[in-house]
Design a protein around this ligand. Sequence first.
Ligand code: ADP
Ligand code: 3PG
Ligand code: MG
Length: 392
Amino acid sequence: MKLLTLDKVDFTGKKVFLRVDYNVVDNGEVIDEFRVRSSLPTIEYLLEHDCSIILASHNGRPDGKIVEPMSLRPVAKLLPKLLNRDVIFVDNCIGNEVDSEASYLRTGDVMLLENLRFHKGEESNNKKFAESLADLAECYVDDAFAAVHRAHASIVGVPKLLPHAAGLLLEREYNTISELMKTPAKPYTAIIGGAKISDKIEVLHELLKHVNALLIGGAMANNFLTALGNNMQSSLIEKKSLADAKKILSSAKRHNVRLLLPSDVIVAKDIEGKRGLRTTKVSELKPGEIALDLGPETMDHFNEVVAKSKTVFWNGTLGRAEVPAFAKASESLAHAMISSDAKTIVGGGDTAAYVDKANLHSHFSFVSTGGGASLELLAGKKLPGIEILMQK
Ligand code: ADP
Ligand code: 3PG
Ligand code: MG
């Protein structure tokens, strides 16, 4: 089965609903320009074909309510600078005002809708909500590779109602990652960090069937270390994932996968690292301490495995890399990957943003905007947002 790509549908002069992943705003600020820049080629393609464009995205997890710091308005301020043209912003994604603004759009106009997840119907894939979105446009393009693992209204509901195709970013990401999955050169190492624990831990069961080594860092590691009896004190843990962590530990043995966990971590008493910053063994955290990065001993072990690998996939920063004091392990891993002979793939909004900000982007074989999405694809799972875009 093949993806329906942009060249397979005649978009000339059409009003297009373009689903992008602008899940990049934190507390009113754009913290990841990489995802926004990655969406430009499809926008430009459509503009060259005399389209008008309605951009739509989720941001954060507002759970069906209006949460002002999760508004997409900061992206509407950034886009005109990148596109060199005005961008209309509407502070809702459905309703009379949006309908009327959409009806006035003419060739070359670009409009950005407010956060789709301010409405419950987005995540529940509500039919009426999808119809209201579809009514705004004549066709649909999905360029939100990073969200194709979500069966939400704007990902699977709207394309059922409109002529549709995959955008250039989604096409490139899907093709590159699925190609890698077919024949990864061995040894194949995956490094998983980050904070979306319950989301990603289940996928690790599948990933174990493909890799030779699995290195776990970030807040994800806290759950494995707790499952093994360490007291991780005030570190980020999702209790519901502890049972999964135990299962993965024994499944790794069955699959003969080398699973590495941190032996030392950098801790602090607050998440900005202002109080009590120190390096400690994972078995010796004191009350109130939070593990926020991996320690140097752990990184020596991780980097040794990376150096011997032929394929390396990394998703999830190894620490709270937004704060420089907790970006050391991620920096060390990035350099180990770059200086190895391996094919190197980095995935994830926060991970790619880190690599991008550190100016290391061009040294990797591929940097994907998708975290959960690239992980699920590599683990061999079927992704709802991809299935819907396949040629029937
Ligand atoms: P990605 O966006 O790359 O897919 P995630 O969203 O799963 O990755 O996780 C990235 C987030 O994880 C970052 O915001 C980072 O601050 C956080 N993080 C990493 N390690 C820790 C830790 N030890 N404690 C708390 N947060 C962490
Ligand atoms: C991501 O950042 O990985 C995507 O935007 C998906 O976000 P979600 O995990 O909140 O669905
Ligand atoms: Mg993230």
